[in-house]
Ligand binder design. Structure first.
Ligand SMILES: O=C(O)[C@H](O)[C@@H](O)[C@H](O)[C@H](O)COP(=O)(O)O
Length: 253
């Protein structure tokens, strides 16, 4: 890992534009180095943040973006629980990501086959790599320390072979999901967690500073060669004792 940064903002109002700028910068860098930008999305509050902030960027060109999902709920696209469905309505309709650049699950398949189908799509998109190397993954963290659909104490945390795994017993509904595994997450060039709100303060301290108890899934995200950024807000940072960056207004990362 090339160093972890923990950056806190007064609130998600200040965080959002900085995240959007960071995504656009990494996109420009990736496109100039290898001709496209591969981005993995997560659900939760990221959907509304990205859908507000990315289209607001001047002259954002997403024509060379390839977008996948760090995890996805196995529900139809028109179900309000579908992460793809939310992004389709709120973001993809506003930016020029080509349809062929969106890697979505096939929600009509049983969960095992759905994971195999999504594995195949990732392998086709990253034909040169045994483990797909996304330019950037955007992750959230649940109050239990889960990220993607990797939950505390779940056997999927030990997965080393599969790049995508099915899960049928998610403790957070809906129970059936597919998720990227830790080997893929930790191969990314840049991983960005976005976690805000006072309800995250205790778990954030556990994940970032350790302590007694099992290592939580979000703490297992340690990119082998890539960058790791935690973008948080001051209520989420309230219990931290480690050094936190607090950029001034208008700062860029
Ligand atoms: O699939 C899910 O159930 C959610 O996507 C979930 O994993 C979410 O990403 C985290 O709970 C963080 O949520 P917030 O971004 O809202 O804190």
């Amino acid at each position: 890992m090339s160093g972890r940064r923990v950056v806190s903002f007064p609130s998600s109002v200040e965080l959002g534009p900085v995240l959007a700028h960071l995504v656009a910068c990494r996109a420009a860098k990736a496109i100039s180095s290898h001709g496209r930008f591969s981005l993995g999305l997560s659900g939760g509050s990221l959907v509304s943040m990205l859908s507000k902030e990315l289209p607001a960027l001047p002259q954002l060109d997403c024509s060379k973006w390839v977008v996948g999902f760090c995890d996805e709920r196995l529900v139809s696209f028109d179900d309000p629980e579908s992460t793809y469905g939310l992004y389709k309505n709120q973001l993809f309709s506003k930016v020029n990501i080509p349809d062929s650049g969106v890697l979505a699950i096939n929600p009509s398949l049983p969960v095992e086959e759905c994971a195999e189908d999504y594995t195949r799509k990732l392998k086709e998109t990253f034909p040169q790599e045994d483990i797909p190397m996304f330019d950037m993954l955007l992750l959230g963290m649940g109050p239990d320390g889960h990220t993607c659909s990797l939950f505390p104490g779940h056997p999927l945390l030990e997965e080393t072979e599969k790049i995508v795994a099915p899960i049928s017993d998610s403790p957070k509904p809906p129970p059936q999901r597919v998720t990227m595994t830790l080997p893929v997450v930790n191969s990314a060039r840049c991983v960005v967690f976005v976690s805000t709100g006072g309800s995250k303060a205790t778990v954030l301290k556990q994940v970032l500073e350790g302590g007694e108890g099992p290592v939580l899934p979000a703490a297992l995200v340690v990119p082998t060669h890539g960058e790791l950024l935690w973008l948080i807000d001051d209520p989420a940072a309230a219990s931290l004792t480690l050094q936190v960056e607090r950029p001034g207004p208008g700062a860029k990362l």
